[in-house]
Design a protein around this ligand. Structure first.
Ligand code: NAI
Ligand code: MG
Length: 335
C-alpha cells in the first residue's frame, strides 16, 4: 500500500491537489490518502500556518503532495511559510525540478533538463537582520550540504545514462568568481563528488551565463546542480520554455520524507475560477510514483498528460479554454 498525505494549502492549491489525487486514484493502485492542513488561510483561522498534526501526518505517510500557500511579502508575526517549515522539519535538502518538452506550440522541443537545487541553505538560511539602515542576509554554504546535493545530481545523471544509453552531463552552476568563499566551497565539493562518477561528464558555468544559455540553447543541458536561490530563479525561468509555471513539477527529497509540489504558487489572481492548469500538480504526482518505485505508473501518467495536450485540450495559460476539471477528465480518460 502507498500512503500519501495531501496538503492543498491556499488558492489554486485547493483546485490542483484534489485533481492530482483523482488521477492517482484512477490508476487502480492500492493508495491510502490522508488529508492535512497548512497555509495562510489556516493561519488566519488558527494562528498556526502548519500545525504539528500536519507534520506528523506527513511523517507517518512518508510522501506528501503539497499545493501552494500564500506567503505575505511583509513580516506577519507568528507566520512561517509551510513549505519552508517542512523543508526544515524533514531536512528536504534536494529540490528536483525537471523540465521536459510537452507536445504543443507553447513548449520548445527536445528538452530534457533536470535542475537540482539545494533546498536548505544558501541565501534561504533565514539569517537576516537589520542593523540600523543596513540590512544583512547571511549566505550559508556547508561542505555537507554541498556534497549531498552534488551526490543526488550525479546519481540522477547516472540513472539517466542507464535508461537512455547516452552520455550525460552535470553542469555545476555557481558564481564563484564573485562569491569566492561560499560558492568556492560549493564548486569544490561538487567537483570532488564528481570523481565518484567517472561516467558522467562535468561542466561548470557562472549563473549569469547559465541564465542566458537557458534561453538560447537549453537543449544542450542535462542535469544542472546549483545553490538554493540560483536554483529557484533558474527553474522558474526554465519552466517558461515548456509553457510556464502551470506545467512545472517538483520534488523535495529528504532522507526519510519526500514532498511533491507544482512549482507555481497559490495564484490568487485566478483562484476559485476553476481555470488553474492542473498539469504541474499531476506531473508532480508522477514524480511521487517514480519515487515510490512505480516507474511504469509514472510513465502512464506522463503519457496521459502528453496525449491530452496533443489533443489540444489546453487550459487558459496554455492558450486554450479547457477548465481544470475538463483537462483532468481528459487525462484520466487517456490513462
Ligand atoms: P504564482 O505562481 O502563484 O503565480 C504567477 C502567475 O502564474 C500568476 O499570473 C498565476 O495566475 C499564474 N499561474 C501560476 N500557476 C498557474 C496554474 N497552475 N495555472 C494557470 N496559471 C498559473 O506566483 P506569485 O503570483 O508570485 O505568488 C502568489 C502567491 O503564491 C504568493 O503569496 C507567494 O508567496 C505564493 N507562492 C507559494 C509557493 C509555494 O507555496 N510553494 C511558491 C511560489 C509562490
Ligand atoms: Mg519559486
Amino acid at each position: 500500500m502507498i500512503k500519501i498525505c495531501l496538503i492543498n494549502g491556499d488558492g489554486i492549491g485547493k483546485e490542483v491537489i484534489p485533481v492530482a489525487a483523482e488521477v492517482l486514484s484512477a490508476l487502480g493502485l492500492d493508495i491510502e490518502f490522508t488529508e492535512a492542513f497548512a497555509g495562510f488561510e489556516y493561519f488566519k483561522q488558527t494562528g498556526n500556518a502548519i500545525p504539528d498534526a500536519t507534520l506528523a501526518a506527513v511523517d507517518a505517510a512518508g510522501v506528501a503532495m503539497f499545493g501552494a500557500t500564500s506567503s505575505p511579502s511583509t513580516k506577519v508575526d507568528g507566520y512561517r511559510s509551510p513549505i519552508l517549515a517542512m523543508r526544515k522539519a524533514f531536512d528536504l535538502y534536494a529540490n528536483l525540478r525537471p523540465v521536459q518538452s510537452l507536445p504543443g506550440s507553447f513548449s520548445r522541443p527536445n528538452l530534457d533538463l533536470l535542475i537540482v537545487r539545494e533546498n536548505t541553505e544558501g541565501l534561504y538560511s533565514g539569517r537576516e537582520r537589520r542593523e540600523g539602515d543596513t540590512a544583512i542576509a547571511e549566505r550559508v554554504i556547508t561542505k555537507r550540504g554541498s556534497e549531498r546535493i552534488a551526490r543526488i545530481a550525479f546519481e540522477q545523471a547516472r540513472k539517466r545514462i542507464s535508461s537512455q544509453q547516452s552520455a550525460f552531463t552535470v553542469t555545476i552552476v555557481h558564481k564563484a568568481n564573485v562569491l569566492k568563499v561560499t560558492d568556492g566551497l560549493f564548486r569544490e565539493c561538487c567537483l570532488q563528488v564528481a570523481k565518484e562518477f567517472p561516467e558522467v561528464t562535468v561542466k561548470e558555468m557562472l549563473v549569469d551565463a547559465m541564465s542566458m544559455r537557458l534561453v538560447r540553447d537549453p537543449e544542450n543541458f542535462d542535469v544542472i546542480v546549483t545553490t538554493n536561490l540560483f536554483g529557484d530563479i533558474l527553474s522558474d525561468e526554465a519552466s517558461a520554455l515548456i509553457g510556464g509555471l502551470g506545467v512545472a513539477p517538483s520534488a523535495n527529497i529528504g532522507q526519510k520524507v519526500a514532498v511533491f509540489e507544482p512549482v507555481h504558487g497559490s495564484a490568487p489572481d485566478i483562484a476559485g475560477q476553476g481555470v488553474a492548469n492542473p498539469v504541474g500538480a499531476i506531473l508532480s504526482a508522477a514524480m511521487l510514483l517514480e519515487h515510490v518505485g512505480q516507474s511504469s505508473q509514472a510513465n502512464r501518467v506522463r503519457q496521459a498528460v502528453n496525449a491530452t495536450l496533443a489533443q489540444g485540450i489546453l487550459p487558459r495559460d496554455l492558450g486554450g479554454t479547457a477548465k481544470t476539471g475538463e483537462v483532468t477528465k481528459a487525462i484520466v480518460g487517456n490513462l
